[in-house]
Write a protein of this length. Structure first.
Length: 77
């Protein structure tokens, strides 16, 4: 497994962007989606995408609004 970090960006008013050379996306049963070699994908946050769990741009049509700013999580117990 590669030591390269996977970058996850929460886009304001849009999807979660996942970028990196070595990640996988699993369904609830643990089955992997075939990403066909992609090193970047967008995960839907608005719930309106017809290609769940992936983004198809529907957030622009449904006027999804969510702005997120980074913060520090409390110490792990």
């Amino acid at each position: 497994m590669s030591d390269e970090k996977v970058k996850i960006t929460i886009r304001n008013n849009g999807p979660i962007r996942v970028e990196g050379a070595n990640f996988e996306v699993l369904d609830a049963a643990g089955n992997a989606f075939n990403l066909n070699g992609r090193t970047a994908i967008s995960i839907c946050r608005c719930g309106a995408s017809k290609k769940q769990p992936f983004c198809d741009g529907a957030h622009g049509e449904c006027q999804f609004h969510s702005e997120v700013q980074a913060y520090e999580l409390p110490l792990k117990k």
